[in-house]
Design a protein around this ligand. Structure first.
Ligand code: ADP
Length: 196
């Protein structure tokens, strides 16, 4: 039987990595934990391009090239019946890159580029948190250009707009609660939908 594909989305500091790995631990070897950008050379080139301050369109294309390869891997795991848990996926591109690109209808363009190789997750958890709180959580982290409060606010608005258009796929989770409460809520939803 084909596996299931679950993604975690949200602004930096919302707790994606934490909750995704807790879920992976809970599900054990039935699951695979993966993330984007990947640690392949294509994925690493994304970080390099950001560090070098490359053009936003270049960066968006690198993210999508990395995803193209990643989707092939994910498809393989799904064909083996695995529950694939992914820390950031396509919604990150739509929510973040359209903020960086100085282009009208950026999100539409990103979706068009993606359309020949799209893989729609069975379920996406969108971790929602106030940008102030998210900033507090990540204050020790290397100061990335991406991690500014106003920027995060706009990105979160993009995420919430996308979630309102895809109510069935995207479940918004209150990420200000404790890790245990968030996990419990995620497990409840996954069970209800027969995904685990
Ligand atoms: P993201 O992957 O979304 O950037 P992380 O999972 O790396 O976020 O979490 C950022 C920081 O916040 C980490 O130090 C993590 O331990 C902490 N954290 C994550 N979830 C919670 C939570 N529910 N409550 C309090 N702190 C949390």
């Amino acid at each position: 039987m084909r596996g299931k594909f679950i993604t975690f989305e949200g602004i930096d500091g919302s707790g994606k990595t934490t909750i995704a790995s807790l879920l992976h631990k809970k599900l054990g070897s039935r699951s695979v934990l993966t993330f984007e950008p990947t640690d392949s050379w294509i994925g690493r080139s994304v970080g390099k391009a950001i560090e070098e301050g490359r053009d936003a369109i270049t960066i968006a294309l690198l993210f999508m090239a990395d995803r193209r390869e990643h989707i092939k891997e994910i498809e393989k795991w799904l064909s083996e019946g695995k529950i694939v848990i992914c820390d950031r996926f396509m919604d990150s591109t739509f929510a973040y890159q359209s903020e960086h690109m100085n282009m009208e209808n950026a999100e539409k363009w990103l979706r068009t580029v993606h359309s020949p190789f799209m893989l729609i997750p069975d379920l996406t958890f969108l971790l929602r948190i106030s940008p102030e709180k998210a900033m507090e959580r990540i204050k020790g982290r290397r100061h990335e250009a991406y991690e500014y409060e106003d920027f995060l606010r706009r990105v979160q608005e993009n995420y919430l707009r996308i979630a309102s258009m895809e109510k069935e796929r995207i479940v918004v989770i209150d990420a200000e609660r404790s890790k245990e409460e968030i996990m419990e809520r995620c497990l409840e939803i996954l069970t209800k939908r027969n995904l685990i």
